[in-house]
Each structure stands twice: as C-alpha cells, then as structure tokens.
Design a protein around this ligand. Sequence first.
Ligand code: SF4
Length: 304
Amino acid sequence: MKHVVMYSGGSGSRNASRRVKIEHGAENTLLMFTDTLVEDRDTYRYMIESAAHLFDLPKPYHLIAFCEKIPDIRSDADIVVRKSVLPELARKTMKFMPQFYWMQDGRTPWEVFREKRWIGNSQVAQCSHQLKQELSKKWVESTFQPEEVTLYVGIDWTEIHRMESIVKHWKPYTVLAPMTEPPYQDKREMHRIDRDDGLRQQRLYEKGFSHANCGGFCVRGGQGHFINLLKQNRAYYLYNEAKELEMQEFLGRTDISILTRTVNREEQTLTLKQLREEWDAGLRQQIDIDDIGGCGCYVNYETA
Ligand code: SF4
C-alpha cells in the first residue's frame, strides 16, 4: 500500500506528510505536487527542503540554489523565464527524490482564465480545477488502483467540514486528513515543528499570508487578502491588477472581476485596480480588511 500526500507547499501538507511518514514509513510515502508556475520562489525552496527532510536525504543545496533562478513576477516576461526554469527544477528535484512527483500542466491561472473566457473568483476557480485537481486525478488513476493507495490532504481540524466534498471527489479512492486528528495543532504549532526539524519558514507566512499558494495571489481570496498582497508585494499585485483588466478587455466585459462588493444589497464588481486606488487614497473604511477568503486548491471541488 502506498501513501500519497497532496503536497501544496504549505505547512499543512508538510505536517500531514510528516504524520504519514511516522505511521507508514518514508519508503511508502509519496508526495504529489501540481505546479501553477506562479508559486513564490521561497515556497519552492521550502517544499524541496521539507521533502528532502521527509525522505531522510541530505539538504539539497544544489536545488535550493537553483530556486534563486526563479524570478519574482512583475510581467509576462517573468512567466516566460519561469516556464523554462521550473520544468528543469522539477526534473532535478524528481531525480534527487524519486518519491516526489512534480506535475506541470504548463499554464498559469491567468492562461486558464483566458482559455475558459472567465475570471476566476471565490465561487468558480477553474485554475485549481484545471491545474491541480484534474492533473492529480489523472496521475493517481493511471498509477494506482483504489486498493493500492491512500491519499492525504493537509487540511486541519478547523477545516474538517471540507472533507465531505474531498471524499466525494476522489471516490473510490480513500482520502484522509491527518491534521484533523489529535494531537490538534494550529499553524503556529506547525511552524514550531518546522523550526525544530531545521526548516526555515517560508517568507509568505512571515509576511502574514494565511496560505502559501500561487505566491500570495488567489482568486478565492478576499479584500483583506489582496490588501496584504498589495502591502507585501506591490509589484506582483500590480501584475495581477493588469491581468484582470486585460481579461475584462479581452472579454469585452466589465461586469466580472475576482472580487465583488455588496452595496445597498446589490453585488458590484470590485477590480484590483479599484481596491488599490481606494487603499492608496486612504478610503480604508470601505474596504473589508477582515475578508481574507480561503484558498483550497485540493479541498474545494467544483466542475469548471
Ligand atoms: S491558489 Fe487560488 S489562484 Fe491559485 S490555483 Fe488555487 S484557486 Fe487558483
């Protein structure tokens, strides 16, 4: 029996994999990562470093150094560079750790939206469906019979309500969520365990992001999430702001955007440009800073 952890680059799946290894042994544990090509450079580093630790391998300094070639995202030119660097990093990583299965569809979330003629939002996020869920399902189905494998997700005890749709999506495969079980640990505790294991925390957590997916961008995020992105990585915010406007122009529509806002009981679009201009103008009282939203690439299942 093999045990496959859906590895997202966050501390939830990293700590889930740690529990799986303790119970079933490193030799029976596999990691499965689906790459959107827009993860933060330091998330790739953390993921590789933590995976090597899981498999009792020496710290992969050559791979950690290779991560430095991944550019931050400021324009589409950076995406072009990433598309040449990341497949090479994936190959090198899988060579070093054959139990680490790193998949790439080859498209970014914005490229998926363009093909789908839609802008992802908290209700419909085709990016996660296309770049993560479908890819991982195809690999699992082509590699294992349901009785040969158990799958694991990194959600914790605060997110246990998400299990029902996860289990339904993966049937007839078995999916478990080790972090929903005792001993119950919150993110702070998971970070402490990382430190005890000699793993440097990734910079997105240090910058106050609640999850580490897509470099701190997520179409499932709320206003507060995007304000944090604006404060912590303005260049990447501006890139996504421009992509959203580009999509509106491409579709000839101004009635769709990642964020929405209810005004006088009417739902209105709220573009990233509008949000930034309001924030920069000091109109903070009309921004819902507590609206963090949630990301759940492996845990929110819908068809798209
Ligand atoms: S993290 Fe958000 S933007 Fe990225 S693939 Fe998942 S749902 Fe889409």
